[in-house]
Design a protein around this ligand. Structure first.
Ligand code: SAH
Ligand code: SF4
Length: 353
């Protein structure tokens, strides 16, 4: 489909029903055409204007001429791990590549991890995406496209039931793009995800946490990753702006939308933040929100460069037990997709070897 280069691309996959209705009205077309277009994009998964077979050719041509398209991404490499995790590379229209991961949850259900930026600006020392720096935010359509594309690639009996914003990028740095993508994903007449099945993970941009709570009723996960400011300063530069206490306060203020708890993620780095002392200190740091949170321990997923170690299983268990004895709910994240670089913190294009 030819797009006139002088017109900025317009992506139907990021448009609300109202925006599509306004577009159709602008074109002087009857209102029911808006329902048809919306249905094609968000329910029937059409990936091109030409696939919308009950729209008159003339209307499809006018949409194309005006610069509209269904999605501006292409399927890149799809890799499958021995544990069933699938990683999909998604090529954006400027050539950048982001990755999205489908994580099996049993009984044909998957959780999808989506990216929100090309790279990331926050420079956490243990994260591969952080080493890439930030190229740009994703548009809301590019985020929604990851979900729509994944749906076309999985067999009909597979259901994607949860979405987590834990792929490449810091979702709250791309606040507007992420919130708009959530609005589209949760439109009951469209893709229809329950906001309760969506989790946004953040490294702790405190003012934006509050804004997220006010904007959309989604679940929150916080990458805490340290039991003291001294350690967090070293591994997450963002801590210098928003230290642990301000973060815990933001968690305390965040509206709890479901029966579930908020997640405090804690990447365990051998001999950096995984000692008994750290576990006890963590228990104290989180005391005021203990009943609101679940701690999710993530043994570090290695990549070459930063020189961290993944702790032994016995160390992880000991850390968990200290917290449990202090009446915390603690889970250990099972590592999925390690063999295809699809585990937490491993996303991002590798240089060709
Ligand atoms: N930027 C957001 C979401 C993406 S990172 C955030 O930081 O929360 C998703 C999770 O992966 C975060 O909890 C982060 O701490 C964790 N993570 C990053 N690199 C990791 C690695 N190499 N091994 C294990 N977890 C990692
Ligand atoms: Fe960015 Fe999250 Fe990685 Fe930190 S952990 S560099 S915030 S993607």
């Amino acid at each position: 489909m030819a797009i006139r280069p002088d017109i900025p691309p317009k992506n139907l996959t990021e448009m609300s029903r109202e925006a599509i209705a306004a577009l159709v009205a602008d074109l002087g077309e009857p209102a029911y055409r808006a329902d048809q277009i919306h249905g094609w994009v968000f329910q029937r998964g059409a990936r091109s204007l030409d696939a919308m077979s009950n729209l008159p050719k003339r209307l499809r041509a006018r949409l194309a001429e005006a610069g509209y398209a269904v999605g501006r991404v292409e399927v890149g490499q799809l890799r499958e791990s021995i544990d069933g995790t699938r990683k999909l590379a998604v090529r954006l229209d400027d050539g950048a590549v982001v990755e999205t991961v489908l994580i099996p949850m049993g009984e044909g259900r998957f959780s999808q991890c989506v990216s929100s930026q090309v790279g990331c600006a926050l420079d956490c020392k243990f994260c591969y995406t952080g080493t890439l720096g930030l190229s740009r935010h994703l548009t809301p359509g590019e985020i929604v496209d990851q979900v729509l594309l994944a749906r076309t690639l999985v067999p009909d009996d597979v259901r994607i039931t949860h979405i987590v914003y834990m792929g490449m990028g810091e979702p709250l740095h791309n606040f507007d793009g992420v919130v708009q993508s959530i609005r589209v994903l949760t439109d009951p007449e469209g893709i229809g995800f329950s906001p309760r099945k969506i989790t946004v993970s953040t490294s702790g941009l405190v003012p934006k946490i509050k804004a997220l709570g006010e904007a959309v009723p989604v679940n929150l996960a916080i990458s805490l990753n340290a039991s003291s400011d001294a350690i967090r300063d070293r591994i997450m530069p963002v801590n210098k702006r928003y230290p642990i206490e301000t973060l815990v306060e933001a968690v305390d203020d965040y509206p709890i939308h479901s029966r579930g708890k908020m997640t405090m993620e804690y990447v365990l780095l051998g001999e950096v933040n995984d000692s008994d002392t750290d576990a006890h200190r963590l228990a104290r740091v989180l005391a005021r929100v203990r009943h609101k949170v679940r701690i999710n321990l993530i043994p570090w997923n290695p990549f070459q460069g930063p020189g961290y170690d993944r702790p032994e299983e016995a160390r992880v268990r000991a850390f968990q037990q200290i917290l449990e004895r202090r009446r915390y709910t603690v889970t250990v994240r099972t590592t999925k997709g390690l063999d295809i670089d699809a585990a937490c913190g491993q996303l991002g294009e590798r240089p060709a070897s």
